[in-house]
Design a protein around this ligand. Structure first.
Ligand code: F6P
Length: 525
């Protein structure tokens, strides 16, 4: 896809979006078949995108354009291990992590599946041994709790999945997630933990992330103080690509579960980074989680573009971002267990596609990722939905809902679903009222994403759905979705600022702005 071709696409998109804005009620009235026409299914997920500002012709044009821009070729390049993350010279092969022996995933002609399967088996065996009590604490006690120390992709995915899949824990250990360097985070956790029964996972791709390493040292000391030095070898494990740093920290090689630089941090929960999930639900359920994602991969790679779930989410997102300049997108799961799903998607989408430079190093000429945010329904209805319904910004929404409850009573679950459907209906069609304060404008777009039940397989498919959405949008925007240089400067400045705070005599006033200097002074005095 060269810049001219892409520019032509965005120009035409803007031209189409500049026509009078489609009216959702009119779209439904003129097309009695609309609910069926704009409903697609795959990998156990059903997407209803009938409540959007598109008609059949626009939809066909969007899909044809993606095809004409060579999208199928990019998908093939992804599978064959091309260095799509060109700024870091890396392949992007997280799909291989849920693959099987016959899959063709390779890097520079070298197949990767045997290494992937070898490490998967090691992780599965370890997690099941923790659950069955074969692996115990240094003093011989059963492991009842797991603390996962990590941040960003080494935290958000496992945390979100463990919360979502809690009903599948059975007798497995409870999981806790320590991410923030704020000492209050660890302090709030220790009271409930017995160091003799706690397994500590240090999850860090690089094993250099400041917050994670500070927390890991702090928790290591807690174990040593309570259990003795042998607890480091027995009760600490590492998930990382950096063996030298893991060994230097004091974790043995046989307690390190590696992965590879071709797995981006925010795409890593399928690798050993998913260890907390594995320990919580066991290897059998974890393989269901992988299978769900794999089913979505197959759907993404083979379903026609017009009925392809990730492609649909990607194109709808582009339509509003670039056609109508809408800068925000809400994700509202009607599932309390999925409360952290929006936070997980924030990293996935905003760290991947929050970019302003295209693949050739030029400024992009169009808007890229919107702000992604959300909260579980029905809670959000009593907080921010007012703005969704009557605010001056229009914010497209993804509503997610499960047909059946995983726990609890059916009646309350049906009430939950009634709320979800009612919100989408109210947003789309509004209500006339003579009193302008009570007028509901309607014509506000939303998707409904339905699935049978929130289980490991479904969650795997949902995550993969959004992963592929992000990749598809990145391709259309012409950016590299797989690096994150924007986070580096802040880290570097913190490294040089920290000594000024920790040892005031190190402070060199000229190194920072007068504003920062004033705050350093304020902290010390
Ligand atoms: O700061 C951003 C980031 O690099 C994320 O991309 C990553 O998921 C997170 O930090 C944690 O990195 P690591 O797993 O190397 O500790």
């Amino acid at each position: 896809m060269d810049q001219m071709t892409r520019s032509g696409f965005f120009q035409e998109l803007a031209r189409r979006a500049s026509r009078p804005r489609p009216n959702l009620r009119a779209l439904f009235d003129t097309d009695p078949d609309r609910a069926t026409q704009f409903r697609i299914e795959g990998a156990g997920i059903c997407l209803d995108f009938s409540k959007h500002w598109i008609d059949r012709a626009t939809w066909q044009w969007l899909c044809d354009s993606l095809d004409a821009l060579g999208f199928r070729g990019t998908q093939a390049a992804l599978v064959s291990g091309d260095h799509l993350n060109h700024t870091e010279g890396r392949s992007v092969l997280h799909m291989a992590l849920r693959g099987d022996a016959q899959d063709p995933f390779a890097i520079d002609g070298q197949p990767v599946m045997s290494a992937v399967l070898h490490e998967r088996t090691r992780c599965d065996a370890f997690a099941d041994a923790v659950r069955s009590g074969v692996i115990r604490g240094a003093s011989g006690q059963l492991i009842t709790d797991i603390v996962n120390i990590g941040i960003g992709g080494s935290d958000l995915g496992p945390l979100m999945a463990c919360q979502a899949l809690e009903p599948f824990r059975a007798h497995g250990p409870k999981t806790h997630f320590l991410s923030n360097v704020d000492p209050a985070h660890w302090a709030s956790m220790t009271a409930t933990l017995d160091p003799h029964r706690t397994l500590v996972i240090v999850a860090s791709k690089t094993f250099t992330t400041q917050e994670t390493m500070v927390n890991a040292s702090r928790v290591k000391q807690w174990l040593v103080d309570a259990v003795g030095p042998s607890a480091v070898a027995t009760q600490m494990i590492a998930l990382s690509t950096n063996q030298a740093a893991v060994l230097a920290f004091g974790i043995q090689a046989d307690r390190m579960f590696p992965f590879w630089d071709w797995v981006g941090g925010r795409y890593s929960l399928w690798s050993s980074i998913g260890m907390a999930i594995r320990c919580q639900i066991g290897s059998e359920q974890f393989s269901e989680f992988l299978n769900g994602a794999r089913a979505m991969d197959q759907h993404f790679l083979t379903a026609p573009l017009t009925s392809n779930l990730p492609v649909a989410l990607a194109l709808l997102g582009l339509w509003y971002r670039n056609g109508y300049n809408l800068g925000s997108h809400a994700v509202i799961p009607y599932s309390q267990r999925m409360a952290r799903f929006p936070a997980y998607l924030q990293q996935l989408e905003m760290e991947s596609n929050g970019k302003q430079t295209d693949r050739s190093g030029n400024s992009v000429l169009w808007q890229t990722a919107p702000v992604i945010w959300g909260e579980s329904g029905t809670n959000g209805q009593h907080a921010f939905h007012q703005l969704l319904h009557q605010g001056t910004e229009i914010i497209p929404v993804d509503f997610l809902m499960a047909r059946k409850p995983t726990e609890g009573d059916q009646e309350a679950h049906l009430l939950l679903l009634a709320n979800c459907l009612a919100q989408a209906e109210a947003l789309a069609f509004g209500e006339e009222n003579a009193d302008p304060h009570r007028r509901m404008p309607g014509n506000r777009p939303s998707s409904i994403i339905g699935f049978n039940q929130l289980d490991p397989r479904t969650l795997g498919a949902l995550i993969a759905l959004y992963e592929h959405k992000v990749m598809t949008q990145g391709v259309l925007w012409g950016i590299n979705s797989f690096d994150q240089f924007g986070v580096e400067l802040g880290k570097r400045l913190c490294t040089s600022l920290a000594p000024a705070l920790l040892t005031p005599s190190h402070h060199q006033p000229s190194a920072f702005s007068s504003s920062t200097d004033a705050w350093v002074h304020w902290i010390h005095h």
